[in-house]
Design a protein around this ligand. Structure first.
Ligand SMILES: C[S@@+](CC[C@H](N)C(=O)[O-])C[C@H]1O[C@@H](n2cnc3c(N)ncnc32)[C@H](O)[C@@H]1O
Length: 253
């Protein structure tokens, strides 16, 4: 039986706006995540000229890359038209030649329209892939590998599974505290505040098919990424990354 898609919530404009106005600024350690992401790209030892941001939202990860490499060309992918429009506004003053592509990561062939811009030096993703069931996550990682140049980097910042109910409780408490401290709640109109509540307390939020970061790193190694590691983790928020081998060895599957 085809169930309701876990990522369906992001098709809803009201929810997307609630995330942008009321939640993004409250993600715990968001500044550190972005710093680690940029440092990993710097560690490639060459300029980032082309990158792709999958599930880009309004483009905060792309903006961070463009701040560091102002002449880079971004390809931003999302299935929500509002998000792509907001990303366009955010990157307006950040160079030219960026492309905003509406595509669904859950569909086979989502890379078709992106391939013409490949190979990319870097692929980033923030909080977009965890909604997918495990086989789909693996397939997306395989697709990403095919988009990277040899030596290119994939950085995924995402929700991962907590190892215990106790750990999950602590993670939820951190998120609630961080949201309370940072989200500009006072400045939100009633509708948006209500939408934020609906987004965070939506039925099924807890049934999102999260996977442990160790498992996901192992998948990436099996698929053919190298140098895979979890480079930053706080509770259930992880930043894990890997590179495409410099030379093909036939190990890529
Ligand atoms: C939590 S938001 C994060 C946005 C942005 N990456 C950030 O770090 O702020 C998740 C984003 O992933 C997008 N998304 C979720 N599932 C997707 C899918 N199957 N295909 C394309 N985009 C997806 C949503 O539309 C949304 O913009």
């Amino acid at each position: 039986m085809a169930g309701r898609r876990e990522d369906a919530v992001w098709r809803d404009e009201r929810m997307a706006r609630a995330f942008l106005r009321g939640v993004r600024a409250g993600i715990p350690y968001a500044g550190i995540q972005i710093d680690v992401m940029v440092r990993l790209a710097e560690a490639l030892g060459r300029e980032v000229r082309k990158f792709v941001d999958i599930g880009c939202g309004d483009g905060p990860l792309s903006e961070a890359l463009l701040e560091r490499w102002p002449s880079a060309k971004g390809t931003l992918v999302d299935f929500n038209a509002l998000m792509l429009k907001e990303a366009g506004k955010r990157l307006k003053q950040r160079g030219s030649g960026h492309r905003f592509i509406r595509a669904d990561l859950a569909e086979r062939g989502w890379t078709r329209r992106i391939k013409e811009r490949a190979p990319f030096d870097v692929c980033v993703s923030g909080f977009a892939i965890h909604h997918q069931a495990d086989p789909a996550k693996r397939r997306i990682y395989r697709d990403v590998l095919s988009l990277l140049r040899p030596g290119g980097l994939f950085v995924n910042i995402d929700h991962v599974a907590s190892r215990s109910a106790w750990g999950k409780g602590a993670a939820d408490a951190l998120f609630a505290d961080s949201l309370g401290r940072s989200a500009p709640k006072a400045g939100l109109d009633d509708d948006t505040r209500e939408a934020v509540e609906d987004l965070l307390s939506r039925p099924g939020r807890d049934s999102t098919p999260l996977s442990p970061v160790e498992t996901q790193c192992e998948w990436m190694r099996e698929i053919g990424f190298t140098d895979v590691d979890c480079f930053f983790k706080a509770f259930d928020l992880a930043l894990f990354a890997g590179r495409r081998l410099e030379k093909r060895t036939g190990q890529e599957r």
